[in-house]
Structure formats: C-alpha cells, structure tokens
Design a binder for this molecule. Structure first.
Ligand SMILES: [Zn+2]
Length: 425
C-alpha cells in the first residue's frame, strides 16, 4: 500500500518493482502509511462516538471541525447556517474546485440490545469498525478528510485548484437539500460523493419523489352512510386506477416505480363516522429528465378520467413537503422531489479518476447507486460533474451491527488522495 500511496500524492511514476527502491525510503513510506491509517480510523471512531441523528449533528460536526483545524493543513474551516462543516485546502496554483461530500447525520440505532457491539462505541473487532454510521457514512467522511489532508501534505500543497471537504447535515430525510448550501458556498467544478460504492465509481442514481393523493368526502353517521361521501371508498377507486399506470423505464437506471407506501383516513379512529378525508402517499423513483410536471401528468390524467365518470370524486395531488430544525436552530424545508442523474462514463474527469485508481492498483467498475444521495442536488439540480466513490456496500447501511472493513476504510482514503491527484495535478 505504501507504494501506491506515494504515487498518488508525491507523483511518483510506476516502477518495475520494490527491488529498486531504497530500503530507508520504504521504511519512511511504511511509517507514513501507518500514521495515515491510524488517523483515518481514529477520526471515524470519534465520529461514530458522537451520536448524530438528523437535526442533532452538532457534536459530530464539532469533532470534524476540530480535527481539520488541528491538522494545520486546512486553510479554513467554516460552519454554515444549517451546520454543514466545510474545510478548504488551497493549492499553490489556480485550478479546479474539487468538493468531497459526505453526510454526518445517521438514522437511529434502533434497540441497542439487538447489537453485538455498542452502536456508539466505535469498537474494533476482526478487522472491522462497528457502529451506527460506520458504513453510512462516517467512515467515508473520515477517509476523505484525511485523504485530502495527506495529499496536500505530501505534495506540499503544490497542486492546482482547491479542495473542499464537507460534512453535510440532514441528508437522511432531505437528500440534496443541505447540500444546496454547500454548493452555493463552494461552487465546485467536481463533486465526489462518498456514499458506499465498494470502491467502484458510481456515475448515476435514480432520484425520488413523494407524491401525496388526498380525497375529500362528506362526514355522516355510519348508521346512515348514504348521507355522506366516504373518502376512503373514493380513495380505493383512485388507488386502483393508479396501479394500472406503468411508470417509465430507463435502460441504465431501471424502473421509475410508483409504489403506494401509506394510507391514512380521518377522523381516526372513525368510530361510527363515515370518513371525510383520506390521504395516500406514493414513492416514485425518478429517472433522468423527469420534471415535477411530467411526473404528475399521467396521474392527473387518470384522475380526470375518473372524475368524468364520478362527479362526487374530489381529489388533490401534490408533492409531499417536509421541514425540520437543524442543530443550529435554523429551519430546513423542501418539497420531496429529488432528481435522478446519470453520466455516460466517458467524460474526461471520470476517465482521469479511473486511470489514476488503476495506476494505484485498484480496479473500479462504473455503476449506479441504487439509493438517493446528495448527488440529486449537485448533478440532478445543478448539473455539476459528480462521481460516487466510497468504502463498503450499500446493504450495510441502516442495519443492526453496522460496520466497515478497516482495510477498505484506509484504502479508500488513499483513493481519495488519488482523486485529488487525478483532477488537480
Ligand atoms: Zn448515506
């Protein structure tokens, strides 16, 4: 590992073998690798030990900020109004602005008794680091924070451009929303999303939207139901009609999906009452090029068709919206419409990164994420070139006994240094 590390940061060209290297240089490399790995693991542990449910990331944000300040390598570290932490390393020459993005919020740990390791202990066992957020995605955040640091240190900041490292809040419920604020502050030319990719290069993802369908009836005593209009019966007709819709499909990203996820009636419970209101929520996975209007169009057409046969059918269709407080006290709010994105894979920046990682001995494959990430903003909304590169696999997110392999955690840090070199030297 020491050799590829050196290549990534100091710009050394590939040689024919270890035989030609002087042993003192080899020892120096091994020491440096050890130090680098230790920093990455300890920072990941410290982040895991700082509980950070969405909206309560203050402690984890402070750990990250404090780490960056102590390195002496980051030229500035700021916290924005939503609580995102952004570190900045300036190269000696002008060039592109490269942003590493990782969220520092996590989903709840659930019942700790289900865990064999303390979800907030940062335990290490059998070559793995355990805890909530290990794979999703405090490990990656630690790895790019140290990766950028070590890259800048090893080349003496002799690179062209700027590196930004962002610990982003409120991603689990608002993908890409807090990232808008990072994006506005940094104005990146390239973004690396650190979400789990098994160290492959992710070039796209489906987006997602939450669609709310509401039906309105007339309340009545359920002993005389004919005096009212039952909003649930009305909803049944709508649900049945929407089930007949076929969402679009994309050759790479897959199916658009329109899945009913919940139904709620009012009053609830409705003892002896014909319900006057019913609300259903649909999860819709978004493909590239889909807009707020194009997604609702076939749904509205189906409903119009129903209404032409049933004048008593009163329906409203809209996107769900959510709001929450950030740990800074500021409000975050958004309509739940997070676009999909996809690159072709032949773009120069993707090829440069791939070539660099291959020269370091890695074999990244081009693929797409199955879930939604902050890439929804950077690529989907802002059209910025994005690549996903992270340790661990998607299926280790949000699970009991979440963990990350120490080998991948430390190797990916080296890959992030390789990305800096590919795009900024
Ligand atoms: Zn995540």
């Amino acid at each position: 590992m020491g050799r590829s590390l050196w290549k990534a940061c100091a710009g050394e060209k590939k040689t024919d073998g270890m035989m030609t290297e002087k042993s003192d240089r080899r020892t120096e490399r091994m020491k440096l690798t050890e130090e680098w790995n230790k920093k990455t693991i300890e920072l990941a542990q410290a982040l895991i030990r700082s509980r950070s449910l969405s909206g309560n990331e203050g402690e984890a944000a402070a750990v990250l900020k404090d780490y960056m300040e102590r390195t002496g390598i980051y030229d500035e570290v700021m916290t924005d109004r939503l609580g995102n932490v952004i570190g900045h390393i300036k190269g000696r020459n002008p060039g592109s602005r490269l942003l590493f993005d990782g969220h520092i919020d996590t989903v709840p740990a659930g019942n700790p008794s289900g865990w064999t390791h303390d979800p907030f202990g940062g335990d290490i066992a059998d070559g793995r680091l355990y805890g909530r957020g290990a794979s999703d995605m405090k490990g990656a955040v630690a790895a790019f924070t140290t990766g950028a640091e070590m890259f800048a240190r090893l080349c003496g900041k002799d690179f062209s451009g700027d590196i930004y490292v962002a610990g982003v809040v409120q991603e689990e419920c608002f993908e890409g929303v807090a990232a808008r604020s990072v994006s506005a502050a940094v104005k990146p030319d390239y973004v690396v999303i650190g979400e789990a990719s098994e160290m492959n290069l992710k070039i796209g993802q489906r987006g997602r939207a939450e669609i709310v369908v509401e039906t309105f009836g007339v309340p009545a005593h359920s002993a005389n139901p004919e005096k009212g209009v039952n909003a649930v019966y009305k909803m049944c007709g709508v649900i049945e009609a929407l089930q007949k819709l076929t969402p679009p499909e994309h050759p790479v990203l897959g199916r658009g999906i329109l899945e009913l996820t919940d139904v709620k009636s009012m009053p609830y419970p409705g003892a002896s009452v014909v319900p006057e209101y019913c609300r259903a929520t649909y999860d819709r996975r978004l493909l590239t090029g889909e807009t707020r209007e194009s997604v609702l169009k076939p749904i509205l057409e189906k409903i119009e068709e129903l209404q032409s046969r049933d004048p008593k059918l009163k329906v409203k269709v809209s996107y769900a919206s959510g709001k929450d407080l950030c740990y800074t006290g500021k409000e975050i709010s958004a309509e739940r419409f997070f676009p999909g994105w996809l690159f072709g894979g032949k773009e120069a920046y993707i090829q440069k990164i791939k070539d660099e990682l291959e020269a370091m001995g890695y074999r990244p494959q081009l693929a797409c994420y199955n879930f939604c990430t902050n890439g929804s903003h950077y690529a989907g909304e802002a059209g910025i070139p994005v690549i996903g590169l992270g340790p661990s696999c998607e299926s280790l997110a949000h699970v009991i006994d979440e963990s990350i392999s120490l080998k991948e955690l430390t190797e990916v840090s080296e890959c992030y240094a390789g990305v800096c070199r590919a795009l900024l030297r």
